[in-house]
Design a protein around this ligand. Sequence first.
Ligand code: ADP
Length: 369
Amino acid sequence: METIYIIEDEPLLAEHLQQHLLNKGYEVIGTAATAEAAIIAIENSQPSLVFIDIILAGEMDGIEAGQIIHERFDIPIIFLTAHKDKHFFERAKLIPPCAYLLKPFNESELELTIEMAIFRYQMKKRMQAAMKVAEEASMAKSEFISHLNHELRTPLQAILGFGELLQLSDQSLFTPQQREYIKEVITAGKYMETLINEVLNLSSIEHKTSTANMEIISLDEVIPNCLNLIKPQINACTVEVTNQMAGGHGHLVQADKTRLMEVLINLLTNAIKYNRPQGHVIIDCSSAPGEPLRLTVTDTGIGINETDRARLFQPFVRFVSVNSNIKGTGLGLVINKRLMQMMGGDIGYDNNPDGGSCFWIELQQAPPV
Ligand code: ADP
């Protein structure tokens, strides 16, 4: 049975409310005229619900009392009020989940309000319990992943190390086919290393163990830096990469420099990887005052058809055949999406009308310094 405590400084009203509650089968375990007296009594009796009049005798008013009772004892509260005062509702909102009852009330209103208050309180408790379970599961998952990282990396280092030693050995000891096998072992090992790194990267972003270190970044600096880092890849292919913003356009954005470079490098390497011989990649940007800046990486490659586009930014989804020579893990775009969200930005895909893809990212602009 619900046990109820009443804080009301008008004896007649307290009596009246108590009678209604008894009629409805609730047990009233105490009444007090001041918040100070009630708090001591509630600490000892732990009722399942408290009625509090907004205006009370004593130092504290009903809302202050409600706040203390909520914080110390986490008991559902029903405020009693004579009029709809906006100021009261603003203050009462800070004590969730509370209910209120307008005086004068009848028994059915009273019963309904009690049921609602108890229901909302139970829902809050269930949500808190579910969140605790989810947090524990998430921590267990993080622990599992860091364990897995260690367990996988150690044998992998041995596979790669011995594979590379075989490559450094006298090659005349091996048949051409055996040399091919050694190459395969190393390629597969390196792929696995990339996969482990990307899974860990994604997991640390999703579990918020890594956060964005936001600062004002100049695109005039970041884009050439990215292009420098992927120079070997650009030189090894016939795709031409053009930076339309070369020469300094003075664009400043709010971002985490390392994370932004990670996103751009992924978009650029994809634009090269999924391009065609003698294809093009163009980096450009558009901005309007007060709007996020949009940076685009457009390519003339194989593009992504409409059905596949709906599955973009999902883990392990690749649109090339499993036998394709184009290597990848299917994690780059998901990581990009999480990173852009972490920086308060966005990422998306537009069709390149000339054939190919156009990936864009948006970031908040920083005011010129
Ligand atoms: P990965 O390149 O490692 O497979 P990503 O997450 O970066 O993983 O990309 C997911 C998939 O999206 C790729 O496998 C590819 O099929 C497609 N994709 C990404 N970028 C492009 C692009 N610029 N042009 C065509 N397809 C692309």
